[in-house]
Write a protein that binds this ligand. Structure first.
Ligand SMILES: Nc1ncnc2c1ncn2[C@@H]1O[C@H](COP(=O)(O)OP(=O)(O)O)[C@@H](O)[C@H]1O
Ligand SMILES: [Mg+2]
Length: 262
């Protein structure tokens, strides 16, 4: 099993989009995938049509420990072979705050049961758990990092692209003390457009020496539309450039993991 955290301290950079498309592509390869919506905005849940205005969402229950087994917190998505999701809504905010003030000994171990979670069929663990994080480093995010193998940071190459990246890398260093397998795989350039501003931003990122995925995700009109139709781009327009780029990115990710990264 591989646990992937998608994170950036900025909003609107393609985190949810990346988590959703990555999950869809891996699932199309026949992999068993569990998505975790770790953002109180619940955008990932909305994208897959499972957002509910209930008192405690799946991720809130997970964080509070208010469940008997995985079936109490996950939703099995219809129409897919083993693509499941732990949904979120605003209740995640209160759950995170309560856990923060409670200061219990297992405060950063609340996501650990995900590592033992089995799909409905077959009786084997998931191949991938993909966690879509909010643009902050609240305790729910620390819990996610505490069980993750890989951290991927979707990034728009605007003038403020690097803001927060050092903070994420420093946090990863801290969390490695409790989770030595955690690693920063790299920034993934999203919403790329071939103009001078993007080019300058990319060069700047490269000069700074941050790890970057070679694949860049092109900005696409169809991609911008796809969320309105509650579909991932790899489903809505599988032959679009953006969908192709995401498939290339997933292949690059899998290659890195096979080679043991570094
Ligand atoms: N490659 C892309 N091309 C065009 N629009 C995109 C692309 N990736 C994401 N978007 C759009 O950008 C918006 C923000 O993306 P989202 O994944 O929700 O960001 P975040 O989770 O980082 O806040 C969404 O409306 C999404 O449809
Ligand atoms: Mg998001």
């Amino acid at each position: 099993m591989r646990v992937i955290s998608i994170i950036n301290l900025k909003g609107g950079v393609g985190k949810t989009f990346t988590a959703a498309n990555m999950a869809h592509i891996l699932n199309n390869q026949g992999k068993r995938v569990l998505l975790v919506d770790n953002d109180k905005q619940g955008n990932l849940s909305k994208l897959f049509g499972v957002y509910q205005d209930v008192a405690e969402s799946g991720t809130a229950k997970l964080l509070r420990g208010w469940y008997k087994n995985i079936n109490d917190i996950r939703t099995v998505l219809p129409g897919y072979a083993c693509l499941d999701i732990v949904p979120a809504n605003m209740s995640l905010l209160q759950a995170t705050n309560d856990l923060t003030v409670a200061a219990e000994a297992d405060q950063v171990e609340r996501f650990k049961p995900l590592l033992q979670a089995y799909p409905v069929i077959p009786e084997e663990p998931y191949d991938y758990v993909i966690i879509d994080n909010p643009p902050d480093l609240g305790l729910n995010v620390i819990n996610a990092l505490a069980v993750s193998d890989d951290v991927i940071v979707p990034t728009k190459v605007d003038a403020w692209a690097l803001e927060g990246l050092d903070t994420i890398i420093a946090t990863i260093d801290d969390i490695q003390q409790i989770n030595s397998k955690l690693q920063f795989l790299g920034a993934l350039v999203t919403m790329w457009q071939n103009d001078d501003a993007n080019q300058a931003g990319l060069e700047w990122l490269q000069e700074k020496g941050y790890k970057l995925f070679n694949t860049r995700i092109w900005y696409g009109k169809a991609a911008a539309e796809s969320t309105f139709f509650n579909q991932v781009i790899t489903e809505y327009k599988p032959r679009s450039w953006t969908a192709r780029d995401y498939r290339k990115f997933v292949a690059e990710y899998q290659g890195k993991v096979e080679q043991g990264v570094q």
